[in-house]
Design a protein around this ligand. Structure first.
Ligand SMILES: Nc1ncnc2c1ncn2[C@@H]1O[C@H](COP(=O)(O)OP(=O)(O)OP(=O)(O)O)[C@@H](O)[C@H]1O
Length: 282
């Protein structure tokens, strides 16, 4: 059987801004239908990685393929399969909302599928000028523009920071619904980690230009634990970081160790990605 081509593969990506190394040998693969969280403190390199991945920035070395095509020679068909939500929407602000939606729809074939749930969710006045929209309204529009025509690969750079709590909550319900229904692949960067824990299959944690840890949702819940004390070395666990309030984060946990932990008086707590992220960032 022929393996499906992953929607995104990145190999050995290096990006330097003058003396500043923003990306240092970053490699990663997104599988079809996967929802991946891109996490990292300010300056970790998330926006730079996204910029390279979408071809807005050119990397110094490394390779990026989207749907099997080199990023430097994407066909228009493949470009149309990608939706991007930036941190803030700039440009095209002289349009009215309705005009802009119609104008951009003109670039699509008449039979392009549409998902109108995004328009309903955004609840924007078609007569409003884009430049008069509030920050959150503008962000809703950016989301509609990126997702309305059912992209297969969705890249979102801090999409929810300016949304109000209800809009953010509804968006976080709609995004996985959309992705699962369309089989779309999602890469979402956000500092609101608690939002991502429930919806993501993979967590990519960046630090200082490299990927510090990549974890699947299953791996996180089955093989990562916060132990109340350092385990004996013969348990074969890999230390990840000191816990914020004592103890130690480890990987390699398995249920057979529950008994050993009880006998040694060590408590093994279930992980949450936010606390693990904070411990790794210390
Ligand atoms: N145009 C630029 N010129 C010089 N340095 C830059 C430029 N853009 C980004 N950098 C630097 O590269 C590093 C990575 O920046 P990047 O914006 O990718 O981080 P980030 O993880 O997206 O951060 P944030 O969470 O704050 O958005 C930072 O140290 C930043 O100062």
């Amino acid at each position: 059987m022929v393996e499906p081509v992953p929607p995104c593969t990145i190999q050995g990506l290096v990006k330097q801004y003058g003396a500043k190394q923003a990306l240092n040998a970053v490699s990663l693969t997104l599988q079809a239908g996967e929802i991946a969280a891109l996490l990292g403190p300010n300056g970790a390199g998330k926006t730079t990685l996204i910029g390279c991945l979408l071809g807005f920035l050119s990397a110094d070395t490394g390779h990026i393929h989207l749907f099997g095509e080199d990023i430097n020679s994407l066909t228009p068909q493949t470009r149309n399969r990608i939706g991007f939500v930036p941190q803030t929407m700039t440009g095209l602000t002289w349009f009215k909302v309705g005009e802009l939606l119609t104008y951009l729809a003109g670039y699509r074939a008449a039979n392009t599928p549409q998902d109108n749930r995004w328009l309903q969710w955004a609840d924007l006045d078609p007569q409003a000028r884009v430049k008069s929209l509030s920050g959150g309204e503008r962000q809703r529009l950016a989301i509609v523009l990126a997702l309305r025509f059912c992209p297969d690969l969705i890249v979102l750079d801090e999409p929810v920071a300016s949304l109000d709590p209800q809009a953010r909550y509804d968006f976080m319900q709609l995004l996985p619904d959309y992705a699962r229904a369309h089989g779309a692949t999602v890469l979402i960067s956000s500092h609101i980690i608690s939002d991502l824990e429930k919806i993501c299959d993979q967590f990519i944690i960046m630090q200082k230009g490299h990927i510090k840890l990549t974890l699947s949702h299953t791996m996180l819940h089955e093989h990562i634990r916060l132990l109340s004390a350092a385990p004996p070395t013969d348990w074969g666990l890999i230390p990840l970081a000191p816990g914020l309030n004592g103890g130690i984060w480890v990987s390699g946990w398995h249920t057979a160790l529950t008994e050993n932990a009880a006998q040694a008086g060590i408590t093994a707590s279930m992980p949450d990605i936010e606390n693990l992220f904070l411990a790794l960032s210390k």
